[in-house]
Write a protein that binds this ligand. Structure first.
Ligand code: ATP
Ligand code: FE
Ligand code: MG
Length: 340
């Protein structure tokens, strides 16, 4: 059984083909990072235009890589939300066009469900499992008791982890996207600055990163005024240490509290070398199995949308010809859709 999936929620135009839920047959990602770099972030209008220009060639390239045609597909999946509305609409309309023309079933997919299902391309899920979602727009701990069964047990109260990385990178005058830049810089520094850790109330699995961002801003500002010198490497390492310590500690506590079998790390920040190393260390001594996707499946791609979409398809999720982009699609509600 073959499913073709399209992802256009942000600044990557991506198409993938998957066989029997977990076997990747084709995976093509066209990134627009270069076009957004000079603006220091993703410009929604530019993103939409790029998707329109890229969608057809990306689709053709994926089919070529698979050595298949649209008629060989059993279903078409597409990221329906969350994301930028103009960007999502390009993928949604392309998927609708294909599905209508070839009379194939259409499946709407949640982008964050996709980030989580990226791990299933590597290893079969064992429930209950806990997913730490750390991306550009989301930071949450998600409990799964079965396929497409999502319970958000903690989430950020302000900035997402990736957003914090990008903002601090801007303070350090690093290019966009800032996450990988801070990661590199941090590797050459020492965490000598004691930035705050936002633990929040006892027992809370929520996160907060805006205080940390302000602390970095103040530190740089005060240092500038007093003529103090800070190595950017040390600022990056200290910032990263604060983020990684909070993320790994809360994930470990939640994994224990809910007695999960597996822990999944998902989203762009899962590519962070400091976070990966700390989580590997943290879960080495526990009974829980840690799944971290390879780097190319951490940031946006369509392989993960195909992996999530194939499960939704099996469960009976079906979108109609009125499928629309849903920029604020809720993960828990999405999961309840087709389950029976
Ligand atoms: P969302 O998935 O929440 O809709 P998004 O799709 O824009 O948001 P992703 O593509 O999943 O986000 O991840 C991009 C984010 O990951 C950016 O904020 C980027 O800086 C961050 N990121 C990527 N690589 C790294 C890294 N090595 N270290 C830290 N952050 C990283
Ligand atoms: Fe994403
Ligand atoms: Mg992206």
């Amino acid at each position: 059984q073959y499913l073709l999936a399209i992802e256009t929620s942000c600044d990557e135009t991506a198409v993938a083909v998957i066989k029997n839920e977990t076997e990747l047959v084709a995976n093509v990602v066209a990134s627009q990072i270069e076009s957004h770099k000079r603006f220091g972030g993703v410009v929604p209008e530019i993103a939409s235009r790029h998707h329109i220009e890229q969608i057809t060639v990306t689709l053709e390239e994926a089919l070529q890589e698979a050595g298949m045609t649209l008629d060989d597909m059993d279903a078409i999946g597409v990221t329906e939300g969350p994301g930028l509305v103009g960007a999502l609409l390009v993928g949604v309309n392309a998927a609708k066009g294909i599905a209508f023309a070839r009379q194939k079933p259409l499946v709407g997919v949640h982008h964050i469900a996709g980030h989580i299902y990226a791990s299933r391309l590597e290893k079969e899920f064992e429930f209950p499992l806990l997913a730490l979602v750390v991306s550009g727009g989301h930071t949450e701990l998600v409990l799964m008791k079965g396929h497409n069964d999502f319970e958000v047990i903690g989430e950020t109260r302000d900035d997402a982890a990736g957003e914090a990385y990008d903002k601090v990178a801007r303070l350090l005058k690093l290019p966009y996207p800032g996450g990988p830049e801070i990661d590199k810089l941090a590797a050459a520094g020492e965490p000598v600055i004691d930035f705050p850790r936002a633990w929040l109330e006892e027992g809370s699995f929520d996160f907060s990163f805006s205080g940390l961002k302000s602390a970095v801003t103040n530190k740089l500002h005060n240092a500038g005024q007093k003529g103090e010198e800070f190595r950017p490497e040390d600022v990056a390492a200290s910032f990263q240490e604060s983020v990684v310590e909070v993320l790994s500690t809360k994930t470990k506590k939640a994994a224990e509290a809910y007695g999960v079998k597996q822990v999944i790390v998902a989203g762009g920040v899962a590519a962070n070398s400091g976070l990966r190393a700390r989580l590997l260390e943290t879960f080495q001594e526990t009974d829980q199995e840690l799944l971290i996707p390879p780097l190319k499946f951490c940031t946006d791609n369509a392989a993960m949308i195909a992996a999530a979409g194939a499960v939704a398809y099996r469960q009976g999720h079906r979108a109609g010809w009125d499928l629309n982009a849903h920029p604020g699609l809720d993960l828990e509600e999405y999961g309840k859709r087709g389950r029976n």
